[in-house]
Write a protein of this length. Structure first.
Ligand code: AMP
Ligand code: P6P
Length: 339
């Protein structure tokens, strides 16, 4: 269905529902509730510099990271709203170790995994941060949902997306029918369609990686990055490095401008042998978005992110994601070594 700039996200979601005659409106309701939470978080993030909400909350989350007040606020905002929306049976959050139940009597037919405020270490320096979400259909029976409803491979996601809180607040999501971007007009509190049918450029000379880990990388990663940096004007090399250190900001730039983002395995920390990023609420939702926009998302041994069967909620995974041509090229380096 043609997407017309300027329509509201609620109108876009309703148009999509109408393409599914048997739909009851539950997915629509879920998405709209999530969008209300995003508006509340956006208002808080944009006030953070003024309100006394910057800095540490004095708590440490299960990742062993200092919980910033805004992290906590975002987590609570999504939890409180979604536990009583009636559309989900269970949740998982980057900020909490175990599964999060919904209120008794409010169990619905979807599950929700989310990173409430990714990149929060950048809050105090006004760098863009974001919320990432992933929605699956419940597979468990019985009243309350279970981890089984969350531990599903990414290719089974019903919807996925993110909200980036930057110079403007932009919602980017997919339900499997392309990728659409909506910009929040805070003066009216509405998201308006600003990026219809997003397609990631098939090729772009940008790479996004934390180069300070060069000496921790395994050989294939080092060889690939060195290749991108070689001087060869005929092939458009060297590539330009763009790295913000905030996944949603780095990914969003990649999606719009093209390029490749890498967070591969490294020898840096024994407790993160699979790299730093999480499968359930970071890699898998972004992988659905990028594939729907014509890009690719793989691990550093060539596995498709969306094919990985999750074992645990906070499972980490190496992530190579972006423009098709660049990920194809990376795959040659990473799988050549595996042979
Ligand atoms: P529902 O009964 O409303 O949960 O919808 C049933 C199925 O129809 C969903 O799992 C989706 O596959 C599809 N669907 C319903 N509403 C939407 C929507 N707003 N956007 C995209 N797909 C939808
Ligand atoms: P590094 C932020 O803490 C985060 O989880 C992602 O947003 C970001 O991509 C990554 O960590 C940055 O990690 O090791 O480069 O500082």
């Amino acid at each position: 269905m043609a997407k017309r700039k300027g329509i509201t996200v609620s109108r876009q979601i309703m148009d999509s529902q109408l393409l599914h005659p048997g739909a009851t409106g539950e997915l629509t309701g879920l998405l709209n509730e999530l969008i209300v939470a995003a508006k509340i978080i956006s208002a808080e993030v944009n006030m953070a510099g003024l309100a006394d909400i910057l800095g540490q909350s004095g708590k440490v989350n299960i990742q062993g990271e200092d919980v910033q007040k805004l992290d906590e606020f975002a987590n609570q905002t999504i939890k409180r709203r979604m536990e009583q929306c009636g559309y989900i049976c269970v949740m998982a959050s980057e900020e909490e170790e175990g599964i999060i139940p919904v209120l008794e009597g409010y169990e619905g037919k979807y599950s929700l995994a989310f990173d409430p405020l990714d990149g929060s270490s950048n809050i105090d320096v006004n760098v863009s941060i974001g919320t990432i979400f992933s929605i699956h259909r419940r597979v468990s029976s019985g009243k309350q949902g279970s981890a089984e409803d969350l531990l599903q491979k990414g290719s089974r996601q019903v919807a996925a997306g993110y909200i980036i809180y930057g110079s403007s607040t932009v919602l980017v999501y997919t339900t499997g029918d392309g990728v659409h971007g909506f910009t929040l007009d805070p003066s009216v509190g509405e998201f308006f369609l600003s990026h219809p049918d997003i397609r990631i450029p098939e090729q772009a000379k940008y790479y996004s990686v934390n180069e300070s880990y060069t000496n921790y990388w395994y050989e294939p990663t080092r060889k690939f990055i060195n290749y991108l940096k070689e001087v060869d004007p005929d092939s458009g090399r060297p590539y330009s490095l763009r790295y913000i250190g905030s996944l949603v900001a780095d990914f969003h730039r990649n999606l719009i401008k093209g390029g490749i983002f890498l967070y591969a395995r490294d020898r840096k920390s024994t407790d993160k042998p699979e790299g730093k990023l999480r499968l359930l609420y970071e890699a898998a939702p972004l992988a659905m978005v990028v594939e729907q926009a014509g890009g690719r998302a793989i691990t550093d041994d060539g596995r498709r992110i969306l094919d990985i069967e999750p074992r645990e909620l906070h499972q980490r995974v190496p992530l190579i994601i972006g423009s098709k041509k660049e990920v194809d090229l990376a795959e040659q380096f990473f799988t050549a070594s595996a042979k």
